[in-house]
Design a protein around this ligand. Sequence first.
Ligand code: PYC
Length: 337
Amino acid sequence: MVNHKDKTIDIVLCHADYQSTGLGKMPDSFPVLDTHTGGEITRIVYAEDIGLDAVSPAQQLRQLRDRMDWVRKSLTSEPRGSEYAVGAIVRRPTELTKAGSIVFFNNVGYLGMCGHGLIGVVEALRYHRLIVPGTYEFETPAGNVSATLEPDHRVTFTGVRSYVFRQDVAVECDDGRQVVGEIAYGGNWFFITRDDAVGSASIDELMLKSQSIRNALDRDKIRGADDAVIDHVELYCPLNATGSRNFVLCPGGHYDRSPCGTGTSAKLACLAARGELEPNSNWIQQSITGSRFVGSYRHEQGGIRPTITGRAHVIAETMQIFDQDDALRFGMPGIQA
Ligand code: PYC
């Protein structure tokens, strides 16, 4: 297998005519590739000429949010999108030693990192013959990550430094339920708590339970480092000593159909902090839909470095058309959270 860490991928958006709108300059149309990773969609835009400056992914995120939020809104809300799609804007990197830069988004905003999304992006690049098996580095707003495309199309990525911020945090939900969990970071912020009903309860019940925890965290201003909002809630029930089944509530009020890459990273940090999993040992993170990631970790100053393997598939390639006469071309106001 070749190490392509110094290779920049030639990411080119299909060129389109531009229209001027109240939201700035935007193309009339652009292609989008949809993948799913263990059931969770990633909508990928090769956005080389979409109007972003050649700045870091964290600055690109701000530019997208402040000047070009229509991309996110239109791709993750009705009528062209859905709330459970995560989007990925893929561009040439700002540092030539990286393969590409990625900004992930969802129906309510932007993500620091997204594990299932990264696996989807690597599969999309393979599908378009932009990469061959080997290891590539990508820039994300949360930091640099690397991903290895295997010959059988599985993807193994090494995520950002992950760590436990607080253990044994008690939360009182509005229905009087008390839950105790851990606050951990894996590229996004998670409250992780054991709930044996994850094996048997309905999706509606798990949504209600996790949403009431999220509400309590917000109500009591329980936060991560630097006052970060904890916008993911992970309920788990052990499968055995080396695996659990998980339900992850995402910021936009939907649940992750995949095992959640950043959630697996945060979980590995919790296991490492409690000495419940040895470094380099495999951990199976199973989603509520039954899909699986295999994770492991190594210790790193102040936490761990997670490594996670999963598989994505391309499911659609579409040309998104932005008809100037279509009042709903940026999504439905009121439906967009
Ligand atoms: O896989 O990291 C992930 C993720 C974050 C939100 C949804 N999926």
